[in-house]
Design a protein around this ligand. Sequence first.
Ligand SMILES: NC(=O)c1ccc[n+]([C@@H]2O[C@H](COP(=O)([O-])OP(=O)(O)OC[C@H]3O[C@@H](n4cnc5c(N)ncnc54)[C@H](O)[C@@H]3O)[C@@H](O)[C@H]2O)c1
Length: 309
Amino acid sequence: MITILGAGSIGVSFAAVFSDIGAKVCLADPDAERRGTAPHSLARQAEAIKDAGLWRGGAGSVEVVDDPGKALQGSDLVIECGPENLEIKRAIFADLLARTGSETVLATASSAITISGILPDPSQQERCLVAHPVNPPSILRVIELVPAPGTDQEATAKAARLFQSAGFETVHLGHEIEGFVLNRLQSAVLREAYRLVDEGVTDVAGIEAIMRMGLGPRWALSGPFETVELNTPGGIKAHAARMGPAYKRIGEARGETVDWNEDLVANVDAQRRKVLPLGALDRAGDMAFARCRSARCSARSADAGLTMQ
Ligand SMILES: NC(=O)c1ccc[n+]([C@@H]2O[C@H](COP(=O)([O-])OP(=O)(O)OC[C@H]3O[C@@H](n4cnc5c(N)ncnc54)[C@H](O)[C@@H]3O)[C@@H](O)[C@H]2O)c1
């Protein structure tokens, strides 16, 4: 049993995913209007899951209620998807701690509020963590799991197992940090995009074109480390030696500290070598871009109703 608090876009999306894998889902929202639109929103999410080729067709169910009541006691996982408001989340978690047993993991989908912010006392954090999705989680199946200092490892492991069983790739953060990982990466790009527009280097259309036609297609298949490896003979170490000094100047000119020291680069390289041997890089690069190009063509032709030659 999975209980989801909040029938907004995130709560409904999670409910559609978990019912599709066969789980019993209790979806609670105090707002009667939200409860009224939930069945239609769930049906739309189910269509989107099918369109994305992720549909499993499990015989799950979603019960839409104003209060989860007894469902809370039998729940393996509660996902709090209420408004992004500290006081509301504090009230919800105080209630959840009182109404659930030690076997229930309590997660918040919060975009920026940490468990330490909601429950400052580490002794209350044991079975609580952030499970930050990417909207819409029905389609974008990656989730950041962020423990507080008092979160039990077993609670994080149980949450990870449940999200993985629903097809999510889980990314475990070592500790709480503002913005988690996704928003820190996105903010780095946006900070520079704003500066470049502000300085008249390019306009908004220029930034959009570079991302849509250049970095975006690359990043659709690879993260920033893999992208530079696939683009630089010799991989991470060669890229850091070739581009590191320029990137350091760029960052420092913006007032940032840039320290790609030898140990750090060796650490990143060692982690990458576990994924892809150096000898496979050239071929992997060609294949990755070919797959990316082909995926973009299929998506565009589907959108436009065109047949690509
Ligand atoms: N929308 C996104 O892009 C996105 C992405 C990642 C994370 N998040 C986070 O997920 C959470 C939910 O986001 P959303 O966009 O679905 O929000 P939303 O505002 O659309 O929906 C929140 C829902 O919670 C309900 N609610 C209010 N008080 C409640 C209570 N006490 N118990 C249960 N439900 C209650 C509201 O009636 C509303 O339907 C937020 O913390 C948000 O920051 C959102």
